[in-house]
Design a protein around this ligand. Structure first.
Ligand code: ATP
Length: 358
């Protein structure tokens, strides 16, 4: 990893007796986009605001480009921030909003003007520099906020749920635009969202937060395919859980027993359990098939409870291994299934994740 542009070390924030952020450490190298993802109240915004300088940490350090900034005021940190509410200056024109930070940095007038034009063109608002914020749509205002934050070429760009006030279609478009823009400028970025899809699409790495603590850090695919805790598996995408006991450990493979004496095999994974250990097996709905088991697959008998047609797929609920399993079925098979039918489920052992605890 390159030397980090942003480094957070053992960050902690208490509000009275409430611990909002607990022992958070993350290094972000140049140009990386890191998403802080988690449910409401998990401490994402507090973390971002500590980096921006709006909230003082109770403990821990923040460094930007090697310089300790933990106790510096916001304007002395090399950061640009985009707020959920945009926070544009209502009485300043679009161009003046974008110019604002450059003036504070005492950039000479000619250089300011050309930077403002460059930024407005970059966000495709070149013709609207003279308008006031209230004369713009929500998406346009969001672009001005982005141009304003990026105009000063900050070492770190901070975004707090920047798309939450936009409609679904515009949100998807803005995501793509942001990704392109950040890539072009190679800006190191910390992005807060509670929207898992947004994080999966945008992030180089996702930090999943749960009650003030980091549960898992990794690239989107790893977070989705290899969640390390039940919380992560449940928060990102849909997931089935089957309580089981380890009966055999064979190298990298495990044999487990679930309810009703159902035997399952699974890859051992990162959480190395021992024989007799109680674990929670996690399987994504798209990784369970109805019938068609191959030679290496787990075969689990089950009884259909419900079938819901969703257009491109069907959701089938099946009672199996003592659990109520959700299956995403793309085959024609589910069209002929009726509640009460007995089925055989096929699950690739590599797709069975072994998580700690019950
Ligand atoms: P959301 O998605 O709802 O914004 P979040 O993950 O960003 O949630 P934070 O805003 O960081 O969560 O809040 C974390 C916890 O700290 C919450 O329980 C919140 O009520 C509490 N908190 C945040 N700011 C303060 C404050 N100024 N005073 C007291 N408690 C606060």
């Amino acid at each position: 990893m390159n030397a980090p542009v942003l480094s957070m070390k053992s960050l902690r924030k208490e509000f009275g007796r409430m611990v909002a952020v607990d022992d958070l450490s993350i290094d972000v190298p140049k140009g990386e986009l890191v998403c802080l993802l988690g449910p409401s109240g998990c401490g994402k915004t507090t973390t971002l605001r500590m980096v921006a300088g709006f909230v003082e940490p109770t403990a821990g350090q923040i460094r930007i480009q090697g310089q300790e900034v933990t106790r510096l005021p916001p304007y002395k940190r090399d950061t640009g921030m985009v707020f959920q509410s945009y926070a544009l200056f209502p009485h300043l024109s679009v161009a003046e909003n974008v110019e604002f930070g450059l003036k504070n940095l005492k950039v000479p007038a000619a250089a300011r003007k050309s930077r403002v034009q460059e930024m407005l063109q970059m966000v495709e608002l070149g013709a609207l520099g003279g308008r006031l914020p209230r004369q713009l749509s929500g998406g346009q205002q969001q672009r001005v906020a982005l141009a304003r934050a990026l105009a000063i070429r900050p070492a770190v760009l901070l975004l707090d749920e920047p798309f939450s006030n936009l409609d679904a279609q515009l949100r998807v478009r803005m995501r793509e635009e942001l990704r392109g823009l950040i890539g072009k400028l190679d800006t190191t970025t910390l992005f807060v969202t509670h929207d898992q899809e947004e994080a999966l699409v945008l992030a180089d790495r996702i930090v999943v937060m749960n009650e003030g603590r980091v549960d898992q850090v990794g690239p989107p695919r790893e977070i989705y395919d290899r969640p390390q805790t039940r919380f992560v598996a449940q928060f990102i995408g849909l997931c089935n859980f089957i309580p089981a006991t380890v009966t055999e450990v064979m190298g990298d493979a495990l044999v487990l027993e679930a309810d009703q004496g159902v035997r399952l095999r699974a890859a051992r994974g990162a959480n190395a359990p021992t024989v007799g250990g109680k674990v929670m097996l996690a399987v994504r709905p798209e990784n369970v098939r109805i019938g068609g088991a191959g030679p290496g697959d787990n075969r689990v008998p089950g009884r259909v409870r419900t079938v819901t047609y969703l257009g491109k797929a069907s959701h089938v609920r099946v009672e199996a291994a003592g659990a109520d399993l959700l299956i995403e079925d793309h085959g024609a098979r589910s069209g002929t299934l009726e509640p009460g039918a007995t089925v055989e489920l096929a699950i690739d052992p590599e797709r069975v994740l072994v998580l700690p605890g019950t």
